[in-house]
Design a protein around this ligand. Sequence first.
Ligand SMILES: Cc1cc2nc3c(=O)[nH]c(=O)nc-3n(C[C@H](O)[C@H](O)[C@H](O)COP(=O)(O)OP(=O)(O)OC[C@H]3O[C@@H](n4cnc5c(N)ncnc54)[C@H](O)[C@@H]3O)c2cc1C
Length: 328
Amino acid sequence: MSLFLVKGAGVAGLAVAYELLRRGEDVDIVDFQDTVGQGASFFAGGMLAPYCEREAAEEVVLTLGLDAADWWDQAVPGAVIRSGTLVVAQPRDLADLTRFASRTTGHVWLDRQQIADLEPSLAGRFDKALFFEDEAHLDPRRALAGLAETIRNLDGKFDLGWGPPPKKNYSSVLDCTGPAAIPHIPGLRGVRGEMLYLETGEVTLSRPVRMLHPRHPIYVVPRDDHRFMVGATMIETEDDGPISARSLMELLNAAYALHPAFGEARVVETGVGLRPAFADNVPRVVETDDGLAIAGMYRHGFLLAPAMARKAAARLSNGIGLQKEVIA
Ligand SMILES: Cc1cc2nc3c(=O)[nH]c(=O)nc-3n(C[C@H](O)[C@H](O)[C@H](O)COP(=O)(O)OP(=O)(O)OC[C@H]3O[C@@H](n4cnc5c(N)ncnc54)[C@H](O)[C@@H]3O)c2cc1C
């Protein structure tokens, strides 16, 4: 049995801690935040949408993401909601829907009646939609709290709100610090994502709904308590300051176009996360001076953390990424 240090209790760090514990290893997890699931993970939509993401992502995002929902189900029983994804567009943007269909698989076309049957709140609002039945979603904040609980039950040790890492004989250090790794890992950049939470009892959705638009595509992910996560911008900058007025207006306009009742909703939260990404937007497990890093999760942290965690754990068991000398 070896002892590993995981730096960062976001989705990548918790996923790899779980994978190592499952393999019978010992794991310490440190984060300078007081609770798990901060960083970019806190602001995520939690969509496990490999088919939809393939529209703009490499094939590997689809293949590695296919079993993500099963992994989350096993790690955090009850966290995954398997109700698919609905993709819609305003009548004037129907060409975008057709283009989206041509770039993706795993969908069926729906007509007005079928849209109404699936999402009664959207009855009469859209002529056509794409339905990706095999996709899923989760609430990232709940799922990561649940994963931390699973980790504690497997005897993983947390040191949150911490100063320097504890001095122990670690076989390897796993850097899962998300955007904080940008200065240290060549090729890594940040992509700003702005989001907000709306609260209204006037709309009910059972699944994430993506609304295509040539300039401002958005998605709305239903949560409990009549809340809806509306996301997200994609801006090439490492500025993680508060949401801009322009982005707020664009997200709200798009939500209003999806359903006018969102116009009366309460804006209960806005947020900004930096998605760490490589040039091809595909994550990697990279060797570092004292171990491995899981880096560049981009907009696929929840979708691809299971696959990347397994990859990192497999490398360690093949002797890759272990400390040359175990330091005290
Ligand atoms: C608006 C938005 C929507 C998104 N929607 C989705 C989605 O629907 N589906 C999906 O799959 N992905 C989504 N993502 C992407 C996903 O959130 C990220 O890919 C993922 O959170 C990155 O995870 P991470 O663990 O690498 O980094 P983070 O989540 O940023 O976690 C890094 C952690 O490391 C800690 N840390 C930093 N420095 C140190 C240090 N020196 N020592 C110890 N700890 C440290 C931080 O406090 C933090 O807790 C979205 C992202 C955004 C911003």
